[in-house]
Structure formats: structure tokens, C-alpha cells
Design a protein around this ligand. Structure first.
Ligand SMILES: Cc1cc2nc3c(=O)[nH]c(=O)nc-3n(C[C@H](O)[C@H](O)[C@H](O)COP(=O)(O)O)c2cc1C
Length: 211
């Protein structure tokens, strides 16, 4: 039998189009507080979160997204008609999403510290997704091109000593419309044993434990 933790980890799915029902911000703060028990390996926790929860805040977010795409010519190869459709699709989803989080992490200009910063904040984001799921709130973690745009980061007052590593969009979901799980590869394809021959020595494919 699965524990509650195992069940939350394995049943969670990315929810890209949530219901527009509002989420009580107290619930979001509670999720963030608990998610912050993620591991980290810097002096202080490396993450920061900027929250959009009202229509006006989401409109500003969207304006910054489109300005970033314009500045960086992200949609330059598309026809005007296609660009219009993309923008409408963004508006439809974004302006109906109850809560969006812009998650940034510290940059130290040091290979190891920067890796640790991104790793820590990634575990923090996964904690958010799991804690949200437990409350019937779905999440999508997005890494659209605007997260790499410094001017987009500046538009939210996020310090230049940080980089955005994702946006996380939250909303309640219909339990009857949870997407099918994306297939996971069997263990035998991706776990190996330490082997002095320097080969990636995998486990037997016909062993039940590794299927
Ligand atoms: C680092 C990272 C970036 C992601 N970026 C996007 C994204 O930009 N757009 C999107 O629709 N999903 C994004 N996802 C969600 C993945 O597509 C999703 O987790 C994957 O398809 C597996 O599905 P599941 O989360 O339902 O198990 C991202 C996930 C991760 C971990």
C-alpha cells in the first residue's frame, strides 16, 4: 500500500489549464512556508517568489511577457495571424489563472554555488507542486523564454543578483480531468552499477524489480 507521500508524488500531474476559481492567498502562503523546508546549501535560502494573484497583476505580467517577446523577437518567425493566436491563447490561460509565482534564485557567478542555488530552488518548486497537489491545487512549472530576459526580471523588481528559474501557475483542477501520467522509463534503462570497466553497466531488463 502506498503512503500518502508516495501517492502525492506519483499521482501529481502538471495542470496547464486550471479552473479560474480563486485560491485563498492564505493557502498559498502556507504552501510557500512549508515548501521552504527544501534543502539548500548557501548561507541563506537562495529563492524568492513574486506573486501575481489579481487580474491587474496578471495583466501586468502578461504585458511584460509580450514586451519581452517583442524585444527578443521570440515570435518574429511567425505570421501576424499566428502571433495573434498565440497572444490570445496566452491571455486566455494567464488571465484566468488564479495565482502565478515568479521564482528566482541567487546567482553567485561561481559554477558550484550557482548549481547548488538552482538545485535548491528546484527542490523548493517541487515542494510547492506537491503541497499544492495535496490541497487539490494543480501547478505548471514553466520555463518560457522570458525567464532569461534581464529586463523582464527588472520589471518585477527582482535583484540583478538573481535569475528567474521558472514561473509556477496555480489553480484548482477537476479530479475527473487529471491528465494521464507521462510515461516514465523503467529503472533498468537508467540505473547503473559502479563498474571498473567504465561502462554504464545497467541492470537486467527482465528483473521484475527494475521494470
Ligand atoms: C524545469 C521544468 C521546466 C518546465 N517547463 C515547462 C514549460 O515551459 N511549459 C510547460 O507546459 N510545461 C513545463 N514543464 C512541465 C513538464 O512539461 C512536465 O513536468 C512533464 O511533461 C511531466 O509531466 P508531469 O509533471 O505531469 O509528470 C516544466 C517542467 C520542469 C521540471
Amino acid at each position: 500500500m502506498m503512503s500518502e507521500l508516495e501517492s502525492i508524488i506519483t499521482s501529481r500531474r502538471t495542470i496547464r489549464i486550471p479552473k479560474s476559481d480563486p485560491i485563498d492567498l492564505e493557502r498559498v502562503y502556507d504552501i510557500l512556508k512549508k515548501a521552504s523546508f527544501a534543502p539548500y546549501h548557501s548561507k541563506v535560502e537562495p529563492w524568492s517568489v513574486t506573486i501575481a494573484s489579481t487580474l491587474e497583476e496578471h495583466q501586468y505580467f502578461l504585458k511584460c511577457v509580450f514586451e519581452s517577446y517583442e524585444r527578443n523577437q521570440i515570435l518574429a518567425d511567425y505570421s501576424d495571424e499566428k502571433v495573434k493566436k498565440i497572444k490570445e491563447a496566452y491571455e486566455k490561460v494567464m488571465l484566468h489563472t488564479p495565482v502565478s509565482l515568479i521564482v528566482a534564485t541567487d546567482v553567485f557567478q561561481d559554477e558550484k554555488k550557482d548549481l547548488e542555488s538552482i538545485c535548491a530552488t528546484s527542490t523548493f518548486i517541487q515542494n510547492i507542486q506537491l503541497l499544492a497537489w495535496q490541497k487539490q491545487i494543480g501547478a505548471v512549472w514553466r520555463t518560457n523564454p522570458y525567464i532569461l530576459d534581464d529586463q523582464f526580471r527588472d520589471a518585477f523588481g527582482i535583484a540583478a543578483s538573481k535569475r528567474i528559474i521558472g514561473t509556477v501557475h496555480l489553480g484548482y483542477f477537476d479530479p475527473d480531468e487529471v491528465p494521464e501520467p507521462k510515461k516514465r522509463r523503467p529503472l533498468h534503462e537508467w540505473i547503473g552499477r559502479v563498474d571498473e570497466t567504465r561502462e554504464f553497466s545497467t541492470y537486467a531488463a527482465n528483473d521484475e524489480r527494475f521494470k
